[in-house]
Design a protein around this ligand. Structure first.
Ligand SMILES: NC(=O)c1ccc[n+]([C@@H]2O[C@H](COP(=O)([O-])OP(=O)(O)OC[C@H]3O[C@@H](n4cnc5c(N)ncnc54)[C@H](O)[C@@H]3O)[C@@H](O)[C@H]2O)c1
Length: 326
């Protein structure tokens, strides 16, 4: 009998394949069941995973004796699903953003505390090797005092459509990565100024291009550009300190630490085994379920990001910087 953890996937859309591969690559788990309200999607992924397909996640939970699930549905229904699944005693690895609103995110944090079950947020970029190395350099003082930050994320191409709207629009979708990375590399956010074209501000889901100016509690500020329209949209993070800078370029795959004097140091190492960020984040989740590691990104982190993003959206409509409270 296998001692692998029994995993279920809730939601069989775009990101589900990455979770399935990562569980398969982990050697610690087997995806035994998948569920989607769209029967065709559930059946297709079940065939690929050699798992059982369900159209009801609660039926899957009741029948499969799962050790954990990945929550891969759009953010607007994360709260309801998480509350039910946690109450059934099953740990959750939830895709970002944790939820669509601060209230829903807080309810999920509360549900995890109430049930004592794990609720981790899938912030894959934390597990990207250059980001981890950048964090170590910053903590080690190699960049000196951080003075500036810039991050640009976008979709590969395209304008808002049903799928990008379903994922909450670019502010909640890619912005949840950006908020987390700023908080991880620079510090907690004190205030945020957000700008978006007037015709995209009516609903948060309509946002396709926007710019955020984040002020950290400790002083340094940063600019975040979220761009779901331009082609190509280079994805990059830059952290500037008094003694050096870090440039993480996802588009070219080239990432460097550039000290004020001396040669640049490469931050990536594609030869590392299991180096892909999706594999690493899933491995971390599984080790947390097994009690071997402490969660690096609990639900509180997801709540903190949704607070930043909600304040950013409020700023886009108020025209002034908004404090991030909570
Ligand atoms: N970490 C990353 O890099 C990354 C990349 C892509 C998406 N995501 C996140 O993953 C989540 C899903 O994104 P996606 O691109 O896969 O979206 P998607 O629209 O392609 O897929 C979502 C799936 O959930 C299903 N679903 C909806 N309600 C359901 C329910 N009640 N029960 C079961 N299934 C249900 C839909 O039918 C659909 O198949 C979002 O939160 C998104 O932000 C993260």
């Amino acid at each position: 009998m296998s001692d692998k953890l029994r995993i279920g996937l809730i939601g069989c859309g775009g990101i589900a394949g990455a979770h399935l591969s990562a569980y398969q690559n982990s050697g610690l788990a087997q995806v035994v069941a998948v569920s989607d309200i769209d029967e065709a999607k559930a059946s297709a992924l079940a065939a690929k995973a050699e798992a059982t397909a369900y159209t009801s996640y609660m039926e899957m939970i009741e029948k499969e004796r799962l050790d954990a699930v990945s929550l891969l549905t759009p953010p607007h229904n994360h709260r309801q699903i998480a509350e039910e699944v946690l109450a059934a005693g099953v740990p959750i690895f939830s895709e970002k953003p944790l939820a669509k609103t601060v209230a829903d995110s807080q309810a999920m944090v509360d549900a995890a505390r109430r049930t004592g079950k794990l609720l981790l947020v899938a912030q894959c970029h934390r597990f990207h090797e250059p980001v981890r190395r950048a964090k170590a350099l910053i903590e080690n003082g190699d960049l000196g005092k951080i003075v500036n930050y810039r991050n640009r994320f976008g979709y590969v191409a395209g304008t808002p459509d049903a799928r990008t709207r379903g994922r909450g629009g670019i502010l909640l979708d890619n912005g949840s990565h950006s908020s987390y990375l700023f908080r991880y590399l620079v510090g907690e956010v004190k205030s945020v100024f957000g700008w978006a074209p007037a015709n995209q501000r009516g609903a948060i889901e309509d946002l396709c291009v926007c710019t955020l100016l984040l002020e950290s509690v400790d002083g340094p500020a940063g600019i975040i550009e979220l761009d779901g329209a331009s082609k190509p949209c280079p994805n990059a993070i830059e952290v500037f300190g008094e003694k050096g800078a870090v440039v993480i370029d996802y588009s070219s795959g080239k990432s460097f630490f550039k000290p004020a004097t001396g040669d640049p140091v490469e931050l990536n190492d594609p030869s590392l085994p299991g180096a892909h960020r999706f594999d690493r984040e899933v491995l971390h989740f599984l080790r947390c379920v097994r009690g071997e590691e402490e969660p690096e990104i609990g639900a509180e982190e997801g709540l903190a990001d949704v607070r930043v993003l909600q304040a950013a959206y409020a700023s886009m409509n108020s025209g002034k910087a908004e404090l991030v409270t909570g």
